[in-house]
Design a protein around this ligand. Sequence first.
Ligand code: ACO
Length: 339
Amino acid sequence: MSIPRTGRVRAAVLAGLGAWLPPRAVSNDELAGRIDTSDTWIRTRTGIRTRHVVDPGMPTSRLAVEAGSRALESAGVSEVDVVVLATATPDRRCPATAPVVAHRLGLTGRPAFDVSAVCSGFLYGLAVGAGLIESGAAESVLVIGADAFSTIVDPQERATAVVFGDGAGAVVLRAGEPAEAGALGQVVLGSDGSLADLITIRAGGSEHPTVEQMPSRADSYFAMRGQETFALAVARMAEASREALANAGWEANHVDRLVCHQANLRILQATSRRIGISQERLVVHLDQAGNTAAASIPLALSHALSSGELHPGERVLLTAFGGGAAWGATTLTWPQMKH
Ligand code: ACO
């Protein structure tokens, strides 16, 4: 689904980018010392070599503030009109985490709210931020993707414990012209609630408020049907990407950098093949950070900029798939920015 925006006069333009990983790195070998896995299995099945995790007591808001402040600095601003935080690991079930983040960024009083779309959260956040700017409701929006999956994954469950890492990434969107570099293309979004059990934490919500009501301890932890998720992720990211490319008037071979949600290297490779984009154009950051859920796209963009893989004027395609199920894609031409 994409909302037609023919003849639009205002666009949301990317003006700043920031990212942050918590200092503590956990290697595959360290995990293999704790659970029945190996560096070879993790590297060959996922592409991940290391991930960063929060220390006990470091909440998602801390990650979000670090990334958000770097994005504001990159954009050369100290204020924005709205703060949108995409996360599936809020500090608390109630209230939302975004107001805490806004307060710590010196933005007390500004509207601030969470968006819940798991690994597609950053693209959902971009769509909300872009909509606020295009409608004239805001001149600038800080969109943050931050997650601490190490706090919801069972540390003894090898199928999930090896995959996820913690981190945050953020962008500042400002009002601008649809034709300028950095202007976001239409954000294509989709969801399928019949797949709610694919990626889930069963206990702890209004359906099953306490784990005591559930058949097993596993119900209080994050669970994912990995192989099914794998196939759906490739199919939905490729479909959403094709729609985003058509909206931009681009062919697949126009794309200079493909930035997928960093789930698994094999998923990224299969998705690029399905869209028809050569593998050299894939941005890969999961080897260093694992799957950081809502943070993975801005973290990957920041990595690509720092490592010299992304330059002003290059055409970028962003796409994600995750719990919900929910997915999305959008395009932009990379702007000049301080980073
Ligand atoms: N170490 C060693 N062996 C393992 C591990 C591990 N860490 N994990 C699983 N295995 C074993 C399994 O027990 C199984 O053994 P068996 O054949 O004896 O039964 C074997 O490896 C194969 O298991 P699979 O689950 O089939 O492994 P697969 O190759 O599918 O990899 C993975 C698992 C990495 C999770 C993969 O399925 C995947 O990446 N899926 C998609 C994840 C994704 O896209 N997520 C995006 C959204 S996430 C979100 O929204 C929060």
